[in-house]
Design a protein around this ligand. Structure first.
Ligand SMILES: [Zn+2]
Length: 680
């Protein structure tokens, strides 16, 4: 065989082998026996051995793995691989559907339902039909280049099938290991004395991130493709059309994907998948529904980080049975005692669970939870597991009811029942437990963003008497820190610097950092839109507070009782003396700094929230009511009294179109940016 003949035969063999492996691995419908396949494969190997310069980078022989890497290089996604928002139950799925109806003005919107696989998200890149590279999802913007490992997954085509394909095709999919293969893999590892994988997802992730692709080649990885990345030179009208095209190009597409025509069908699909979950060959943890019509997807656009046209519907958390070994009372930032059960450790949804919250005394009484009880625990999302019920049939003899202590487990002060509530609370001013959790909150990223103050350091500083309130942080000196255990000079310097930087935090973060009960991050931002400074906030009365959108009576009362507390006033005064006294105007040099916008009526292409976010990002405030201070009124469809009032006051009025043109002048990223849209 001369070189020209070899070249021709190699090309033939590649086409034949690719075709057979597609029929075997993707279609599960082989035409030839394994022996016949091996014979052809060996012929290919022999020719490649004789003519090594003819070896194609995507040759079927590359499927067995290549050279061992030192480390993975990174690969930037040409379009970010962002995430989806979650619906935690049927009602939230219905809410999603209703939002779609509202935002599109249509009664029924056709969706595609897909099982949500529990694996590792990857991107595959094809140029002119040839597989070029692949990466993990990473942080969504940059992933690890795992090209060699992906080549070992026999379902992934090295060359697209058919004659017509885009110049550039990026597809996204989930790499998984089936339940059966996971069991087999762990059995083998057990035999070899190797560490077992906790679940199929970990096994898939661990296998894909091997520096030696020969190891990956031996792992039973599978893939389903479900979304586009960037595509150049191919148009399609619906997501389902695209999925069909994926199949034609040779990609495995989940056969459970289904068109759902309306809300009822969506819920039926969700229920069906949840029922079938256990009998499926691989793990799924929910469904994904996407608007089928691409033009409609584009019209709906993006929220800040997630598309408006898709959502993940999560199944109910898994439950497990275990035994309560002890119950302890924890004291939180507000002094409230929370009973926590220490459990016999148990695997639940892939993690080992050893604690569960019991919420409060009433909850314990209602469920009659005792130390020694066997209980059903549940973990939903990422929240702390909770006890669903007690298995009274398995209750050991001589158990006794549990009661929260009458004194604070940390400072020993007598606890009090919170007025009108079920919680017990340590109201002792100087309770170190409250102080410590209060400081942890104060320094956290979204509050004052002080780096290098972990739980252990805070414990040491409080125990050494160096911190008696959050304000003491600003009096800390280098020499105070230098005496701490395992605290080096560099970390001490960094911490001091970080504390100093935090003095310039914007008003919203400082309000959040104060830890006013019921005032989380969002409400802190709302308050910072309405008040000029901390003093301004502290001086507000019930009436002013309730007039603000999103602030109800309970929150208003919380703020007032916080403000009226002399200790809090003192603490804030000390903070101000240390220079922490942000004003609304200090939020940087933004183009619309200090301007006040009011939105009224319904907007067509933007949601109210997106519109508010846009002006806030430019330094303006979004207010709920028109007053003489209002600078702009943005008026949508069917605006009412606000429009009249604005006219009366001679305020600048814009319709939605004018608003969008106005805002685009500032070079902002619009939420319905087309580039961002075809992410999923
Ligand atoms: Zn206490």
């Amino acid at each position: 065989m001369n070189k020209d003949q070899a070249k021709i035969r190699l090309e033939e063999l590649q086409i034949i082998l690719n075709e057979h492996s597609h029929r075997y691995y993707v279609l599960d419908d082989p035409l030839i026996s394994d022996v016949e396949y091996d014979k052809l494969f060996r012929e290919l190997q022999d020719i490649e051995k004789e003519f090594p310069d003819l070896i194609h980078p995507n040759s079927p022989t590359k499927r067995v793995g290549g050279a061992v890497l030192e480390e993975f290089s990174t690969l930037e996604h040409s379009m970010p691989m962002l995430s989806l928002s979650n619906a935690l139950n049927e009602d939230e799925l219905k809410d999603f559907y209703q939002r779609l109806r509202k935002n599109t003005g249509r009664d029924e919107i056709e969706l595609i339902g897909e099982p949500k696989l529990d694996g590792l998200g990857v991107e595959l890149i094809y140029r002119k039909g040839e597989f070029e590279a692949g990466a993990t999802r990473g942080d969504g913007y940059t992933g690890e280049d795992i090209t060699e490992n992906l080549k070992t997954i026999p379902q992934i085509p090295m060359k697209l099938r058919g004659k017509i394909f885009p110049d550039l095709l990026e597809v996204r999919g989930e790499v998984i290991i089936s339940k059966i293969n996971f069991e087999k893999l762990n059995k083998e590892r057990e035999k070899m004395g190797e560490k077992l994988f906790a679940n199929p997802r970990n096994a898939a992730a661990g296998s894909l991130r091997q520096l030696d692709s020969k190891v990956t080649a031996h792992r039973p990885l599978e893939i389903f493709i479900y979304a586009p990345g960037k595509i150049e030179g191919f148009e399609y009208n619906t997501h389902m059309d695209l999925l069909e095209q994926f199949k034609n190009w040779g990609f495995p597409v989940n056969p459970m994907n289904q068109v759902v025509k309306n809300e009822d069908e969506m819920i039926a699909y969700f229920r069906e998948m949840e029922t079938d979950r256990e009998s499926m060959p691989y793990d799924i943890d929910g469904i994904v529904v996407k608007v089928n019509d691409i033009a409609l997807q584009n019209q709906l656009g993006m929220r800040t980080r997630t598309p408006r046209w898709a959502i993940a519907g999560k199944f109910k958390a898994r439950t497990e049975i275990t035994q309560i070994e002890s119950i302890v009372a924890q004291v939180g930032r507000t002094g409230v005692l929370t009973p926590v059960a220490n459990l016999k450790p148990v695997q639940l949804g892939g993690v080992v669970v050893s604690r569960a919250t019991l919420h409060n005394q009433d909850e314990i009484d209602r469920k009659d939870i005792r130390v020694g009880d066997w209980v059903v625990i549940e973990r939903a999302g990422d929240v702390i597991p909770k006890v669903i019920k007690v298995l009274k049939e398995r209750r050991p003899k001589n158990t006794v009811s549990y009661h929260l202590p009458e004194t604070c487990p940390v400072c020993g002060a007598k606890v009090q029942r919170v007025e009108g509530g079920v919680a017990l609370k340590c109201v002792h001013r100087d309770c170190p437990a409250q102080l410590k959790t209060g400081i942890e909150h104060f320094v956290s990223k979204r509050a004052m963003n002080i780096d290098g103050l972990g739980e252990k350091i805070i414990d040491q500083l409080v125990d050494a008497g160096l911190l008696t309130s959050v304000a003491d942080l600003y009096a800390l000196k280098f020499k105070d820190l230098a005496v701490l255990e395992r605290f080096g000079e560099k970390s001490a310097n960094n911490l001091i610097r970080s504390i100093k930087t935090s003095q310039k935090r914007p008003l919203s973060n400082v309000i959040y950092a104060l830890g006013i009960p019921n005032v989380g991050e969002y409400l802190a931002r709302v308050l910072s839109d309405h008040f000029e400074s901390l003093d301004d906030l502290l001086a507000s009365d019930q009436e002013t507070l309730i007039a603000i959108d999103d602030i109800g009576e309970i929150v208003a009362e919380s703020i007032i009782s916080f403000s009226n507390d002399p200790d809090n006033r003192k603490m804030i005064k000390v903070l101000q003396e240390y220079g922490i006294d942000p004003h609304a105007g200090d939020r940087g040099e933004k183009p619309l700094q200090g301007k006040i916008f009011v939105f009224t009526g319904s907007l067509e292409t933007l949601t109210r929230d997106d519109a508010k976010d846009l002006v806030r990002d430019l330094g303006a405030k979004a207010s709920g009511s028109v007053s003489a201070k209002t600078d702009y009124l943005v008026s949508g469809e069917s605006s009412g009294s606000k429009l009249d009032k604005a006219r009366e006051l001679g305020i600048k009025i814009m319709n939605e179109k004018e608003f969008i043109l106005f805002i685009k002048e500032f070079d902002v990223e619009m939420p319905d940016n087309k580039e961002q849209m075809k992410l999923f």
